[in-house]
Design a protein around this ligand. Structure first.
Ligand code: 4NP
Length: 158
C-alpha cells in the first residue's frame, strides 16, 4: 500500500478537499486496496473539527463528500507516508523543518501543474465563496497527476 498525505495550515479547507478529491479518483480507478490517503494540518487551531462548511458545500456541488476531522501533522507521518503534498510554501517549510530537511518525500502541490497556476494553493479561509471553488479547480487539476506518479500502472482518468 502506498500512502499519500495532503497538508495545509488548518486541515479544514484545502487539505481535506485534496484528500476527498484524491480518494474519489482512487475509487474511480479501483485502487482502494493499493493507495491510502489522509490529510493533516501544520497548526493545532482546529483539531477535531470537521472540514469548513463552505468547503464541504463547494465540494458537494462536485459530488465530493468531505468527512475528515482536523488533526495535526506529526513526525511519525514523515515515516508512515510515501508522499507528502504541501498546499503552499509555508506548509512546505514547516514539513521540511519537521523532517529536519531529510525526508525527500515532501512536494509542493503546484509541482504537478504548469506555470499558469499559482505556486501556492490560495488559503480560502478569510475570503469569499469563489475562493473555495478556485481551490477545488486547482486540486482537481493536480490530483490525477499525483495519482499517475504514485501509481503509474493505473490507467489515466478520462
Ligand atoms: P486551511 O485553511 O489551511 O486550508 O485549512 C485555514 C483554516 C483556518 C485558518 C487558516 C487557514 N485559521 O487561521 O484558523
Amino acid at each position: 500500500m502506498k500512502r499519500v498525505l495532503f497538508v495545509c495550515l488548518g486541515n479544514i479547507c484545502r487539505s481535506p478537499a485534496a484528500e476527498g478529491i484524491f480518494q474519489s479518483l482512487v475509487a474511480k480507478r479501483g485502487l482502494e486496496n493499493s493507495i491510502g490517503v489522509d490529510s493533516a494540518g501544520t497548526s493545532s487551531y482546529h483539531i477535531g473539527e470537521p472540514a469548513d462548511k463552505r468547503m464541504r458545500q463547494a465540494a458537494e456541488l462536485r459530488g465530493i463528500e468531505l468527512l475528515s476531522r482536523s488533526r495535526m501533522v506529526s513526525p511519525r507521518d514523515l515515516s508512515q507516508f510515501d508522499l507528502i503534498i504541501a498546499m503552499d510554501r509555508n506548509n512546505y517549510r514547516e514539513l521540511e523543518a519537521l523532517a529536519e530537511g531529510s525526508s525527500g518525500k515532501v512536494r509542493l502541490l503546484s509541482e504537478y501543474l504548469d506555470e499558469n497556476w499559482p505556486r501556492d494553493v490560495p488559503d480560502p479561509y478569510y475570503g469569499g465563496e469563489e475562493g473555495f471553488s478556485k481551490v477545488l479547480d486547482m486540486l482537481e487539476a493536480a490530483c490525477p497527476r499525483i495519482l499517475d506518479e504514485i501509481c503509474p500502472e493505473s490507467p489515466p482518468t478520462a
